[in-house]
Design a protein around this ligand. Structure first.
Ligand SMILES: [Zn+2]
Length: 278
């Protein structure tokens, strides 16, 4: 799933290409795509796109009367649409601009979880953004230190919980734990000051590296291209210490870690007992 760096760089690309273009009309292409009944998307017609912003993993297409909040989920993409086919593959919704261009939201696969919310006013305190925690990017150390024991859980799950901190997903959670030399299963309520320092530095560094990479690209990366030390690298040598990167498999995701760097050499149980670790 695209996480903060991918969504942020994409928002910047879309702003560069489309800011100032006047919206002609918005059309859902699948009946599940538009998640809100009011305000009507037509409210934005005739208005220029101010910018494409980001909150958590959501793109925000800001027009003066309303903002379109777009969540790509796993397989969604929002791209310039030169063909403007009548029935584009995976088509979810399309924004037509007065200059003849269009933006197309597609979703690969059959889950149909990507969506568009239309909101009037500042979107931050409205669905689907109302429950998001502070941005992981730029979070200050004291805020982080307070949130860790407030939501006591395993670190990997904590990092991925958008209600606690927003913008991180499975890949960055793996990379941040590794960078901080912390077990993905460490209890967040028991991290000492030095561990919080390392975690804070790791969050900043991992986001910054991914964002720098993503900004070199003309389009959003796919997950296999993204930089990383441990994510989806089980069986490969850890780039820090040379130990073998390990995996704990869950039904819908994998936790990757280096035993030497993160768990004092202990190899954690695989999926047979993993339900006790999460
Ligand atoms: Zn290592």
């Amino acid at each position: 799933m695209p996480e903060m760096p991918e969504v942020q760089a994409h928002a910047e690309r879309l702003t560069e290409a489309f800011a100032g273009a006047t919206l002609d009309r918005f059309r859902p292409l699948a009946f599940t795509a538009l998640k809100t009944a009011t305000p009507a998307p037509e409210a934005a017609a005739g208005h220029p796109l101010l910018e494409v912003g980001r909150r958590g993993k959501h793109l925000l297409l800001r027009f003066e009367p309303v903002t379109f909040v777009v969540h790509l989920m796993q397989g969604g993409r929002l791209k310039p649409d030169d063909k403007q086919a009548a029935r584009p593959r995976g088509g979810q919704a399309r924004w037509y601009f007065a200059d003849g261009r269009a933006l197309l939201l597609t979703e690969a696969g059959t889950e149909r979880r990507a969506g568009v919310w239309v909101v009037a006013g500042e979107p931050d305190h409205q669905e689907p953004l109302a429950d998001l925690g502070p941005e992981a990017a730029g979070i200050d150390r004291d805020t982080l230190a307070a949130l860790l024991p407030e939501h006591g859980m395993r670190l990997h799950g904590w990092l991925r919980d958008q209600r606690i901190v927003a913008g991180l997903g499975r890949r960055l959670a793996n990379e941040i734990c590794h960078r901080a030399r912390l077990s993905p299963f460490a209890a967040t309520g028991k991290l000492d000051d030095e561990a919080v320092d390392r975690l804070h530095a790791a969050i900043g560094a991992c986001i910054e590296e991914s964002l720098a990479y993503e900004r070199t690209r003309a389009d959003m990366s796919s997950s296999k291209d993204r930089p990383g030390a441990v994510h989806h690298r089980d069986g490969e040598p850890c780039p820090v210490c040379g130990d073998t990167v390990r995996a704990v498999e869950y039904r819908s995701y994998t936790v990757n870690y280096c035993p030497t760097c993160q768990t004092e050499g202990r190899v954690l149980a695989g999926n047979t007992t993993s339900k006790f670790l999460n």
